[in-house]
Design a protein around this ligand. Structure first.
Ligand code: UD1
Length: 392
C-alpha cells in the first residue's frame, strides 16, 4: 500500500476550554482539506470527569480521541511532567507532521515543549513536527497566573502563531517574535459558537429550571485566586447574592469550586440542585453540576448578565452581546472590553455590583463583535497549514 502523501495533523486537547477551539479545525480539515491533510485527536486527560470532557466531544460532533494520555490531576509540576513523559512516547510512535496546541492550559505548554524538542527517527519524513499555537499572543501581564506563564512559554517556542485579534501581534512582536511566524485568523471558539447555537437553542435547560430568558443570571468561577482563599470566595458569593436579590443566579460549579465551597463551610449560601430539577428558587444563588457545552451556550445567550473568571466566556458573551462582569483584576482579552460587553470588576463587593450595572449599560449602548470573529477561523487556520505543509 502506498504511503499517504497527506500531512498528518495532530490536534491536542486537555481541558474543557480546549475542545471548542480544536473542533473548528477538525471540521475544516474534514470539510475542506481531505487529501492534503489528515487529522487525529489527542486528549491528555487533564480533565477527565464526564461532565468536563466526554459530553463536550459528543456535542461538538468530535469522534473519540485516537489517543488519551489519561494523566489526570496533580500539582502543576506533576501534571506537566506526566503529560510530557507520556506525550513523548506517543509522538515518537505516531510522528505527526503538524502538532496543534490551543489556549493556555498545562496540556498546551507541556505538549508544545515536547513537540518542539523531539527528534524523530531518521526514517520519518521530517525531523520533528511543525508546532502551531492557536490563540497565541494574549497577555494579562500577570505572571502569578499559571496560564500567563503557559502562554508566554508556548508562544516563545511554537513555529506558527495563530492569533484571534490584532493586539496579540503587538504583544508577540514586543517579546521578540518575528511577524513572519504570526497569522491573524480570527477566533475559532466563535466558530463553535456559531455552529452550535441553533442546536443549543433547542436545549430544555430553561424549562427544566423554570427560569425565563432575560430574567436570570449566570456565574462561573474556578480560578485558584478566587476560589482557593476563603475570604475572597466568601466576598464574591456575598456580592453575587446581593446582585441576585430579585432574580435567580445559576452557578454551574467546577469540581474544584464545589469542593472549596464545602470545605470552607459556605454551602448554606447556595441552593444546590441536582437534576432533574423539580422546582428552582425564584431568587438567589442556585448551585448546579457543570453544564454541557450546548446548555452553557443556551444559558449564556438567554441570561441577563454573566459573571465569570473564565477567559473564553468573556469572548463568548461579547460575540452574543450579553453583559459580562469579569471577576478578575486583569484580562488577557482586552478587546472584549474595548469593543465588547465586558467589564473588569475585580473581586470586591463594590466592584462586582458596580461592574454589573456598568456591563448592562454597555450592552444596551451597543457593543461590537471584533474583527474576524465570524465563524470562519478554522478554515483560515487550515488554509495556512495547507500552505506550510506544502513547502516544508
Ligand atoms: C484548568 C486550566 C485553566 C482553565 C480550566 C478550565 C491549567 C493551569 N488550568 O484549570 O486555565 O481555565 O482548566 O476548567 O491548566 N478536577 C476534577 N475533575 C476533572 C478535572 C479537574 O475533579 O475532570 C478537579 C481536581 O480536583 C483537580 C482540580 O479540579 O485537582 C483542578 O484541575 P486542573 O486541571 O489542575 O485545573 P483547572 O482548575 O481545571
Amino acid at each position: 500500500m502506498a504511503a499517504s502523501t497527506a500531512a498528518r495533523v495532530q490536534l491536542v486537547a486537555g481541558a474543557r476550554p480546549n475542545y471548542m477551539k480544536i473542533a473548528p479545525i477538525y471540521w475544516a480539515i474534514a470539510e475542506h482539506a481531505r487529501g492534503s491533510l489528515d487529522v487525529e485527536l489527542l486528549h491528555t486527560g487533564q480533565h477527565y470527569d464526564a461532565s468536563m470532557s466526554d459530553a463536550f466531544f459528543r456535542e461538538l460532533h468530535l469522534p473519540e480521541p485516537e489517543v488519551n494520555l489519561r494523566v489526570g490531576s496533580g500539582s502543576h509540576a506533576v501534571q506537566t511532567a506526566r503529560i510530557m513523559a507520556a506525550y513523548e512516547e506517543v509522538l515518537l510512535e505516531r510522528r505527526p507532521d503538524v502538532v496543534i496546541v490551543v489556549g493556555d492550559v498545562n496540556s498546551t505548554v507541556a505538549c508544545a515543549l515536547v513537540a518542539t524538542k523531539i527528534a524523530y527517527p531518521e526514517t520519518a519524513r521530517r525531523e520533528r513536527p511543525l508546532v502551531a499555537h492557536v490563540e497565541a499572543g494574549l497577555r494579562s501581564r500577570d505572571r502569578s497566573m499559571p496560564e500567563e506563564v503557559n502562554r508566554v512559554v508556548t508562544d516563545a517556542i511554537s513555529d506558527r502563531l495563530f492569533i484571534t485579534c490584532r493586539d496579540a501581534e503587538a504583544n508577540l512582536v514586543t517579546e521578540g517574535i518575528e511577524r513572519s511566524r504570526i497569522s491573524f485568523v480570527g477566533n475559532p471558539m466563535i466558530d463553535s459558537l456559531h455552529r452550535c447555537l441553533g442546536e443549543a437553542e433547542r436545549s430544555g435547560l430553561l424549562e427544566e429550571l423554570g427560569v425565563e430568558p432575560g430574567r436570570f443570571a449566570l456565574c462561573t468561577l474556578h480560578r485558584p485566586s478566587n476560589v482557593d482563599r476563603p475570604a475572597v470566595l466568601e466576598t464574591i458569593l456575598d456580592a453575587l447574592s446581593e446582585a441576585a436579590a430579585e432574580f435567580p443566579l445559576l452557578l454551574p460549579l467546577h469540581p474544584r469550586t464545589r469542593q472549596r465551597i464545602e470545605s470552607f463551610g459556605l454551602r448554606e449560601r447556595i441552593a444546590f440542585l441536582s437534576r432533574p430539577v423539580r422546582q428552582a428558587p425564584r431568587r438567589g444563588l442556585i448551585g448546579l453540576e457543570p453544564l454541557s457545552y450546548l446548555e452553557m451556550l443556551k444559558a449564556m445567550q438567554s441570561s441577563r448578565a454573566v459573571f465569570t473568571d473564565s477567559g473564553g466566556i468573556q469572548e463568548e458573551t461579547t460575540a452574543l452581546g450579553i453583559p459580562c462582569v469579569t471577576l478578575r483584576k486583569n484580562t488577557e482579552r482586552p478587546i472584549t472590553i474595548s469593543e465588547g460587553t465586558n467589564v473588569l470588576a475585580g473581586v470586591t463587593r463594590a466592584g462586582i455590583l458596580d461592574g454589573f450595572a456598568e456591563a448592562e449599560r454597555k450592552s444596551r449602548a451597543g457593543a461590537r463583535v471584533p474583527e474576524l470573529w465570524d465563524g470562519h477561523a478554522g478554515r483560515r487556520i487550515v488554509e495556512v497549514l495547507s500552505r506550510l505543509t506544502e513547502v516544508r
